[in-house]
Design a protein around this ligand. Sequence first.
Ligand SMILES: [Mn+2]
Length: 333
Amino acid sequence: MISNDHSNDLASFHDWLTEACSNGAVPIITGKNGDMDTIGSAVALSSAHPNLMACGLHLGRTAKRMVETLQAPFRKLSEHQTVWPQTLGGIVIVDAAAPGQVGISLPKDVPVCVLDHHSTCDWELGNNDLLLQWDVRATTQIVDSYLTKYSPQSRSLVVRKMLLAGLLTDTGRFRHADIGAFQTAVDLLTGDDLDYASFVEFVETQTTTPSERGSLLRGLERATSVESGEWNIVYTHSGTLEGRLASLLIGTGAEIALVSRFRDGETRLTARASRHTTLKGIHLGELMASVAEQIGGEGGGHDGAAGWSGKTDRIAAESSFITQVALIKRSGE
Ligand SMILES: [Mn+2]
């Protein structure tokens, strides 16, 4: 359930966190995609108490650059040999809609708290666990609400930059923002030292190696446009940068872009839809959840950006998605 009673949520979260930190170390674990929202949320929240530590499997490109440039504390974990501190007070998970999206096995019998803004949720939580699932554009908005109310001294320039970068990237440079997202942006920009224009320029600097550029171009070359029911889908496959490729496909005027990748026995689907498409009734997160129901694996996300991963081969996974899209009726036309 999406909760709208944010102040009650924040109070429960503060109690949970205070208790956990008094019992031991509390890792804040990021989603395995390592996007700026999950990393920014973890790093920012970790400033609230010395027992908190931001960590995760992977740093995405933008997040890596931010963490390095701002010298933000973040610890990389390994998939197979994660050594947890002796005494764990709890675990916070940020920006992951399911255990599979964390990518590492979590220690047992430790209280868990999940902060998330995806519309799907596959966490099974016990009595000592807590879920804050808000209808916001980025998880950094939840973290900033918390810090503003319970730990304002933690909102240093570095922390505010990490939070704003997460908000900036998850809203597609505010193209998918709502009034709440703008409010958080205003809150984060209030205070000294943060020049918005140069900050955006810094976050947006994208570097592509010649081989990555080649992959993107081949991915575009392979792209196929199909009509599935009442919808247009442009799909392709690529070994890297699927999110960027999907956005490029949306730029061609596709209603829905689908990019698949097969590697090491696992298939991954990445989809994007334009706002026009989501307003007509497409919800990619729900579609990816239906794909998981149909062929297994794990899927979910937002209305305009979502993903699925599983053991099925690439062609079967693509077909499943395309079939699910055909079942959706176009509204308001
Ligand atoms: Mn997010």
